[in-house]
Design a protein around this ligand. Structure first.
Ligand code: IMP
Ligand code: MG
Length: 180
């Protein structure tokens, strides 16, 4: 834990920048989904802060739910082996569903989760991610909206972790992998 702060290499996206983009996207959602049954599903754990801030910026009626998906792989690389550890309870055939995730990296997690949800016939399904690392895509899948596109670097904060730490940083930072 000694080098906890040193591993925060530099801030890439400030809380203010995140807030401004969330406002824009929330206004889009307000407009697009008004008068429709809306369910906003966060994928735990990484999306918990983004999901909470996005939902608070939305002003139309909506229901909130969570799923927990884990992609088991070695270290910081996700595998194709995505397991659903917690599922939503709602019958989504009665909802327009927005799936909220922290980041789309290889795309494997979201591809698997959206395939699963589509099979349950939601009225519609959209994917919103805070971050997108398009250079790392391994499967043919893209989000409908990503708030920020970033290069191929490992990031922490605002929900994103390294070894379950740093999720509570209020900004997105680059993680310094060179420090032991
Ligand atoms: P994917 O299945 O490769 O798209 O992986 C998505 C998951 O990998 C995310 O939900 C994150 O948990 C994790 N992930 C990918 N890139 C990063 C990163 O830069 N920092 C922290 N977690 C990441
Ligand atoms: Mg995650």
């Amino acid at each position: 834990m000694d080098n906890y702060n040193k591993r925060i290499k530099q801030i890439l996206i400030t809380k203010e920048e995140i807030d401004a983009r969330i406002k824009e996207v929330a206004a889009q959602i307000d407009e697009e989904y008004k008068g429709r049954p809306l369910l906003i599903v966060g994928i735990l754990t990484g999306s918990f802060i983004f999901h909470a801030d996005l939902c608070r910026a939305i002003t139309i009626p909506c229901e909130i739910s969570f799923m927990c998906a884990k992609s088991y792989g070695h270290g910081t690389v996700s595998s194709g082996n995505v397991k659903i550890l917690l599922d939503i309870l709602q019958d989504i055939s009665e909802y327009h569903v927005i799936l909220v995730e922290d980041i789309i990296d290889t795309g494997r997690t979201l591809k698997k989760v959206t395939e699963m949800l589509k099979a349950r016939n939601p009225l519609s399904l959209k994917v919103i991610t805070l971050l997108d690392k398009p250079s790392r895509r391994a499967v043919d899948f893209n989000s409908d909206i990503s708030l920020f596109t970033i290069p191929d670097q490992f990031v922490i904060g605002y929900g994103l972790d390294c070894g379950e730490l740093y999720r509570n940083l209020p900004y997105i930072a680059e993680y310094d992998e060179s420090i032991e």
